[in-house]
Design a protein around this ligand. Structure first.
Ligand code: NCD
Length: 318
């Protein structure tokens, strides 16, 4: 078990299923410093610390960043990667195999870690119940996407040098967008946060997230447009409408509101604010604002590589 600077000891992570598993201490004293080392290591071309270790990318939904960055992270640490991009079409899932059986099989084939993206909430938990090797949740339907939230918080911390006291607006589809669920849980670990949930009525942040924030005395407000708070924001976190998960009414409601970051809105944002997005972006983050230096989405995505290197090292070299 690793000892942290504070002398405090925590159980090492085994599976990564939800953002709530990450303590502040783990993030600030272990994971973020390790991520900074990984960024330097990546520039040097990596090393062999995970030689002979095998990662399986098991994806039931499309992905670019998450799958490819996990793949490159493992390779940069000397490990080996295999997987399936579309498990529903290209594996025995077509023949009715359950998620649990697929996970049991991978456990028997000498893999060391499974990165799972599943199309319904709870998939990662189900997988972890039957898996001896670590399962990393790479998105479970409308549930969570914890490694995205960790890289998001790392990016915010990298910019401001702190998280405490920041005002963060999460904008768009807050019901089905799993990245904002994980991000809200993670930001809720810090002090004096001001969280603004900006969405149409039909796409409000989930009750479970609000209950968690209430329980931890985290200040938040649900509002209808970014303009209401633009001047006081440190971070604007835009998200796309998850149309693949929404019904007609919610889609219509989303279209009616102002969930696009226009140039006009960016003019109201403070100079030292940052604009983030987990990507892929649609019309909510239009080309007309992409040259704004406050838009840091590509640095954010690149941090995903370093965070995933750090997470793999932490899980596989505890
Ligand atoms: C997100 C996801 O899959 O939840 N993508 C990502 O991993 N960066 C966001 C999205 O699909 O909108």
């Amino acid at each position: 078990m690793r000892e942290r600077k504070s002398g405090e000891r925590e159980e090492p992570l085994h599976h990564i299923i939800e953002a709530q598993q990450f303590s502040r201490t783990l993030l600030e004293q272990e994971l973020f410093p390790l991520t900074q080392q990984m960024a330097e290591l990546a520039v040097k071309g990596g090393d062999e610390r995970l030689a002979d270790r095998h990662l399986f990318n098991l994806f039931y939904e499309p992905s670019t960043r998450t799958r490819i960055s996990f793949e490159m992270a493992m390779k940069l640490l000397g490990g080996d990667v295999s997987g399936t991009e579309n498990a529903r079409a290209f594996s025995s899932v077509v023949k009715g195999e359950t998620l649990e059986d697929t996970i049991r099989i991978l456990n028997g084939y000498n893999f060391d870690v499974i990165v799972l993206r599943y199309d319904t909430e709870g998939g990662a938990t189900r997988a972890s119940v039957v898996s001896g090797i670590p399962v990393i949740n790479a998105g479970d339907g409308e549930g969570q996407h914890p490694t995205q939230a960790v890289l998001d918080v790392y990016t915010i911390w990298g910019h401001f040098g702190k998280i405490d006291g920041l005002s963060v607006a999460m904008v768009g589809d807050l019901t089905y967008g799993r990245t904002v669920h994980s991000l809200a849980y993670l930001l809720g670990k810090f002090e004096n946060m001001r969280l603004f949930f900006v969405s149409p009525q039909l796409l409000r942040i989930k009750e479970g997230v609000k209950e968690y924030l209430n329980r931890h005395n985290v200040w938040y407000q649900e509002i209808n447009s970014i303009e209401e708070v633009a001047q006081e924001l440190d971070v604007v976190y835009m998200t796309r409408a998850q149309t693949e998960r929404m019904d007609q009414a919610a889609r219509f409601d989303h279209k009616q509101g102002a969930y696009t970051l226009t140039r006009e809105i960016t003019r109201a944002l403070p100079e030292d604010s940052i604009i983030m997005h987990p990507l892929p972006r649609n019309e909510e983050l239009p080309d007309e604002v992409m040259n704004d230096p406050r838009v840091i989405v590509f640095r954010q995505a690149q941090n995903g590589l370093y965070i995933r290197m750090a997470l793999l090292d932490m899980l596989l070299n505890p």
